[in-house]
Design a binder for this molecule. Sequence first.
Ligand code: F0G
Length: 459
Amino acid sequence: MVEYPAEPFRIKMIEPIKITSREERSAALKRAGYNVFGLMADEIFIDLLTDSGTGAMSKYQWAAIMEGDESYAGASSFEHLSQAMSDIFGFRFFVPTHQGRAAENILCAVTLKHGDYIPSNMHFDTTEGNIRARGGRPTNLVIDEAFDPRSQHAFKGNLDIQKLRMFIEDVGVEKIPFGMITITNNAGCGQPVSMKNLKAVSAVYKEHEIPFIIDACRFAENAYFIKLREPGYENKTTLEIAQEIFALADGATMSAKKDAIVNIGGFLAVNDENMFQAIKNELILREGFPTYGGLAGRDLDAMAVGLYEGLDEDYLAYRLGQTAYLANKLLEVGVPIIEPAGGHAVYVDAGRMLPHIPKEEYPGQALSVELYLEGGIRGVEMGSVAFAYPDPDTGEMIHPEMELVRMAIPRRVYTQAHMDVVVKAFKNIMARKDDLRGYGITYAPELMRHFTAQFEPLG
Ligand code: F0G
C-alpha cells in the first residue's frame, strides 16, 4: 500500500470547481467533437489534462510578481532569473522564452537543415513537431524496457547507448546538428533517466562532437528520482544532482510551466557563444529582446523563485508520492497502467484495458471520452491520435508502441480526495469496459493533430 503523503503546504486561496450532470457532459462532448481539448474548464471537475502551467504558485512567487520590473531592456527581473539560472543550470548563456516550444523552435531555426536527424530518448510532441516542421527527423532511442508496461526498471527513461552508437554510425555525424535527452521522459510515461545514463549519453555525443541539449522540463522530478533510486546519490541534494546533470550538457530547453511551477515561461540555454549570437537574433525576431524574451518582467521573477521551489525536497517527496498513490490505487481496482509510476502523471494503458478496440479506432480516445462522461475528469490521449504519423517515404501510418491516456497531476493543486474520485470513476468504467467503442477522425491537421482533431463515435 502506498500512503498518501500529507501536503507540505496549506491552502490560502481556493478556486471553486463543480460537478456537472451526465447529460451536460454528454452535450459538451458532442459540441467538442469528442476531443477533450475542446471542453471548457468550467465543464470539468478534475482536470488532469496537463501538469503544464497549471500549478499553484506559492506566496513567495506571488510576492515576486509584485517585484516585476517591466523595463524593456536590462530589467532587474532578468537579473533575478539569471542568478537562479547560474545557481542551478550553470550554462554560460540563456534567453527566456514564452514557453518550451519557443525554445525548441529557436534551437531548430539556428541549427537544423532539411533531412537532419535529432536523436533523443523520446521527443515530446512539440519537440517532434518543431523538428519535423523544418524537415528534420526526430528519432527515439529509448531502452526497450520503456515499452514493457510491467517492467520495474528504475530508469525506464534511459537512452539506449548501443542504439545511439549504431544510429550515429548509420546516418553520419554531419546529419546530426545536436542530440537530445528528455528528463523525465514525458512521451515515455514520465520515467526518469539515471545519472549513469546521462553520463554515458554525454560521452557518446562528446566523442562525436555533437552538441548535447537536455529537454529539462521536469529536471527536478528527475533529480529526486536519482536521489531515491541511484546508489551514491542518497546524500546529495536535488540541487547538487541537478548541477551535476547540467554540467554534462552543452545546453538545455525548458518549459518552466512544469518544474518551475509557473503559469507561463521557459528558456533556451547554451554554452557556445556563436550559437548564442544566432539564438539572440532569432529571439529578437520572434519572441522579444534577450532580457525578457516574450515574457513580462513579473513572469521572470515568478520563474526565478519557482526554479528553487521545484527543487525543494519536502515538496518533491509529496509530489512523487501523490503520483505513486494514484498509480497504486488504480492498480488495486485492476486498471492496467505503466509501472512504476512516473513523476508527473499516471499513464493508463488503454491498449491493454480495451483490447477489443484496434489502434485505428483509438482506444485512448475512447477512454478519455468515457472518463469525462463518467466523472467530469479530463485526461489526455497519448497514443495513435497524438503520435501516429505518415512515413515520410511511403506515406503509410506509423503507430506508436502504446495506446495511453495520461492523467497528469497539476502541482500543488489537488488533494487525496480528488485522487480518490478519479479512482472511483475508473472503477465504474472497468465494470463496463467491454461496451466501450472506438472513434473515427473526421478532421485533423497535418502536425500536432491531437489538439484540434474532431471525432465521431463508431458502432
Ligand atoms: N518538452 C516536454 C518534455 C514537454 O512535456 C513539453 C510540454 C514541452 C517540451 C513543450 O513545452 O508546452 O511550454 O511549449 N508539455 C505539456 C504537456 C504541454 O502537457 O506535457 P511548452
